[in-house]
Design a protein around this ligand. Structure first.
Ligand code: SAM
Length: 267
């Protein structure tokens, strides 16, 4: 077991079935699994995909070389399965960018090492061709932050909810894994919302949320004042125009309010 790679293998059979069921597998699907490990999710995934006539492809990305070799021994006779011995954080953007077969829809699944959650979510948000559906096992507290709404809005929620609708499917206890992690876990699905927005709007949105949530305990007006090169009364007037209290905390802002703010304030 390689502790540095966050290896906690899923041993709860019911949970495995529930995660795969949440993938809503259809014929013609292309699925990417992150960190398949010893194949706990992979086996059920293949079972389900085989039941759907004509699934296209299953791509497994595993960083641990020994595990990747074993995956190769186990699955390489299946021509629909591709095994990549590599780091998802480096290889996913290139894979998506260069793959001619990923024309329309594809899905991502992964019981991931929890310390890569933030980076992986950022990579997903930046993909030009995003997965239609992503199902991830992550730390429960992080999952709760992702689905948060006012009055518990936060930077992570604002960043993820911009491109996806997140949902917690169920939670798991440490002893559902071998070896057990020190934290509780949750399975979250992210359904990509496919909104057509300009690059400029998207860039402004991400700039603005970093300004808004820079110091979450400060008031909205104070965060905006320190992050924007604008006079205080201009910001205050813009907020009032949108019926947003300048002295409220960033955690009270809704996603829609942040989006409308961009139309008035250019970060
Ligand atoms: N999917 C298996 C399961 O549910 O039993 C293993 C899950 S374990 C929590 C995480 C897996 O991700 C390990 O197999 C680990 O080697 C692999 N891994 C760690 N970092 C990775 C990375 N950056 N890219 C791809 N795989 C990674």
């Amino acid at each position: 077991m390689n502790k540095r790679l966050g290896q906690h293998f899923l041993i709860n059979e019911t949970a495995i079935k529930k995660i795969i069921a949440a993938m809503d597998l259809e014929s013609g699907d292309i699925v990417i699994e992150i960190g398949p490990g010893k194949g706990a999710l992979t086996d059920e995934l293949i079972n389900q995909l085989t039941g759907k006539t004509g699934y296209k492809k299953l791509i497994l990305i595993e960083k641990d070389r020994d595990l990747a070799v074993n995956l190769y021994k186990k699955y390489s006779q299946n021509k629909k399965i591709e095994i990549i011995s590599g780091d998802v954080l480096k290889d996913l953007p290139t894979l998506i960018h260069n793959s001619s077969f990923i024309i329309q829809n594809y899905k991502i699944i992964g019981n991931i090492p929890y310390y890569i959650t933030g980076k992986l979510l950022r990579i997903l948000s930046e993909l030009e061709k995003k997965p239609g559906l992503t199902a991830l096992m992550i730390q429960k507290e992080v999952a709760e932050r992702i689905i948060a709404t006012p009055p518990k809005m936060n930077l992570l929620a604002a960043a993820v909810q911009f491109w996806a609708n997140p949902k917690i499917l169920f939670t798991l206890k440490p002893n559902d894994f071998d070896p057990p992690p020190e934290v509780n876990s949750a399975v979250i699905t992210l359904t990509t919302n496919n909104q057509q927005l300009t690059t400029e709007f998207t860039e402004n949105y991400y700039k603005l949320i970093h300004i808004i949530f820079k110091q979450p305990r400060k008031t909205l007006i104070n965060n905006l004042k320190s992050g924007l090169n604008l006079p205080k009364n201009t910001i205050e007037n813009s907020l009032k125009l949108l019926k947003i209290d300048p002295n409220s905390r960033p955690q009270n802002l809704s996603l829609e309010q942040i989006k409308t703010l961009i139309t008035i304030i250019q970060p």
